[in-house]
Write a protein that binds this ligand. Structure first.
Ligand code: PTJ
Length: 244
């Protein structure tokens, strides 16, 4: 990997770019994933590359929902696999939940490569045996495992397209999205949207889950009842306008 001096003012951002580049060379990240990453970078710049109050509130609600869930699952694509494998491992360990590789640009080879890559980080991901289909979704993201996304009650998605979020909700699942763009269809359709970079949001989500684990169920339900996603997205949008 290209060596970036740690003193570089944009060290973290450049490091993430290089991870995506390496991921592409390994056949894990799709070439379109490079464009998606650039889009994310632009939004991250507009929120000053920090985790705001609106994201922290969404992280807290997400932790509560994931702890209440009976069959939560983490959906992983080519970008999230290379950016956050350790965090995905931590999260699945804390929740004792499944991880499934689910791709927009799905090929059998790519799913296999990503499953094997995650395996090196101690993640036993589903995805290779996907045969079920999410109703009303025409992209390859519809192909899921029966014991995975198909039967899950809460799905955590990262770098998503709005169609699947809508289709999952029609199947009466709750969707948590991490998306730097508060204006995206995914952000608007999800039950909870964390407007933050996945590289900052996932470690915070793990910490919040550790904290909320000690809470009784009725306290978790109260957190969820008080949460309003529309207001969170408006807060995020205001923050972006402020920086323009
Ligand atoms: O499933 P794959 O691996 O075959 O690839 C699918 C991609 C990522 C190519 C596909 O989902 C895609 O084209 O995504 P979009 O439509 O570009 O949407 C990506 C969204 O994620 C955008 O709203 C970005 O702002 C956001 N995003 C990008 N990077 C990050 C991010 N959000 C949070 N953290 C990031 N690091």
């Amino acid at each position: 990997m290209h060596k970036i001096p740690e003193t570089h003012p944009r060290y973290k951002s450049l490091k993430e770019r290089h991870k995506i580049e390496e991921g592409y060379k390994k056949g894990i990240t799709h070439i379109q994933g490079l464009i998606a990453h650039g889009r994310g970078e632009a939004f991250d710049y507009l929120i000053k590359e920090k985790t705001h109050r609106f994201a922290k509130k969404a992280i807290k609600a997400s932790a509560a929902l994931l702890l209440i869930a009976k069959r939560p699952i983490i959906s992983v694509n080519g970008n999230s696999a290379v950016l956050c494998p350790n965090e995905i491992k931590e999260l699945s360990k804390e929740l004792n939940c499944k991880v499934e590789v689910n791709l927009f640009y799905r090929t059998r080879e790519r799913v296999e490569r990503i499953v094997n890559y995650l395996n090196k980080f101690g993640i036993n991901a589903l995805g290779k045996k996907a045969k079920k289909k999410i109703k009303g979704l025409n992209s390859k993201r519809a192909i899921v495992e029966e014991d995975g996304i198909y039967n899950a009650d809460v799905v955590l998605v990262m770098l998503e397209d709005g169609d699947r979020t809508e289709a999952l909700k029609k199947m009466h699942k709750k969707v948590i999205a991490i998306d730097l763009n508060p204006l995206s269809r995914t952000s608007k359709k999800a039950n909870i949207t964390i407007v933050d970079n996945i590289t900052r949001a996932l470690p915070l989500l793990v910490e919040e889950i550790k904290k909320l684990k000690k809470f009784k169920k009725n306290k978790l339900i109260k957190i969820l009842k008080n949460y309003k996603n529309k207001e969170i997205l408006e807060e995020a949008e205001r923050e972006i306008r402020k920086s323009l």
